[in-house]
Design a protein around this ligand. Structure first.
Ligand SMILES: O=C(O)CCC(=O)/C=C/C=C(\O)C(=O)O
Length: 288
């Protein structure tokens, strides 16, 4: 068992083979802490992303508060198996999550999703409503066009460019649009992210192939949002240049039991840019 004192990526790293219908693959995840309630964190779709890379500022406070925290690396990211996705990636990730929860014996969990992770959490909640406690959707929750921002957004264009040409220059261009305050981006962070990306060129190539086969990897769940009864906290950065804030407003309009928190001076990574406030906000939401 890992406690808040012994948390590290290496100490919490686990692998599991899942079979979910015709989906059979090995997934990597981090299993942190112990507690009666489980919190699953789902990462975004950037090159080199992983559960640990996205949520390293959030795991420890949640574990310290008594939650078991599972970070799932989606198929096609980090140490999980490679995959080409020609359909809905949100639904693919949701199926992978169901396989993971079945394999490790978790009936019900709260879900925190970042960007693609938010889209995937909504797909999971639609398919498995009885297995969801509360939802936290951050910079994501549904695909679909923005009525206000030019699509694809500048952030998504840079993300796709980075997949096609994974260089340090392109990584810096993307990360500089990713966050509001670029002063927080260190050379160490860039290098770690570059190493993650380049260690799995198969993932990068598969993402490009997936996009060519199906440019709309994240479907619009707008018409089905009312089916989700779970209490939902939507979190957005007002300076998000990847998934614009009006997506958060669409989620608020569609999800009957939702509330929205907007951080000013915040880009696409609220859980990292405003980690302390974000952690307190989420813990308060989960407890009440
Ligand atoms: O295209 C979308 O709607 C989702 C984009 C997305 O998931 C981007 C996420 C990026 C990260 O969180 C990351 O690279 O860490």
């Amino acid at each position: 068992m890992t406690t808040a004192q012994t948390l590290s990526e290496a100490a919490t790293s686990r692998f599991v083979c899942i079979e979910e219908g015709d989906l059979a693959l090995q997934l990597h995840y981090n299993d942190c802490g112990a507690g009666a309630e489980t919190l699953v964190m789902l990462h975004g779709s950037g090159p080199g992303a992983s559960g640990w890379a996205n949520f390293n500022r959030n795991v420890e406070p949640m574990v310290a508060a008594g939650y078991r925290v599972i970070l799932m690396d989606c198929p096609g990211w980090s140490k999980s198996d490679p995959i080409v996705c020609t359909g809905s990636r949100s639904d693919l990730n949701a199926r992978a999550l169901k396989g993971l929860l079945d394999a490790i014996g978790i009936d019900r969990a709260h879900l925190i999703g970042n960007s693609m992770g938010g889209h995937s959490a909504v797909a999971f909640a639609l398919a498995n409503p009885e297995r969801v406690g509360k939802l936290v959707l951050m910079g994501g929750g549904t695909g679909g066009a923005s009525p206000f921002a030019p699509m694809p957004t500048e952030g998504i264009k840079l993300l796709q460019g980075l997949y096609r040409e994974p260089t340090i220059d392109n990584l810096k261009k993307m990360m500089n649009v990713f966050v509001y305050d670029t002063g927080d981006l260190t050379e160490e962070l860039f290098q770690t992210r570059l190493d993650n990306m380049l260690s799995r060129r198969d993932h990068l190539e598969n993402f490009v192939e997936s996009l060519a086969a199906n440019p709309k990897q994240f479907p619009d769940f707008g018409l089905r949002l009312a089916e989700i009864k779970a209490q939902t906290l939507i979190v957005w950065g007002s300076n998000d240049r990847f998934v614009p804030m009006d997506t958060g407003l669409r989620l608020l309009a569609g999800l009957p039991n939702a509330e929205l928190h907007v951080f000013n001076r915040c880009g696409h990574w609220a859980q990292w840019e405003h980690a302390d406030r974000f952690n307190r906000l989420v813990l308060d939401f989960l407890r009440h």
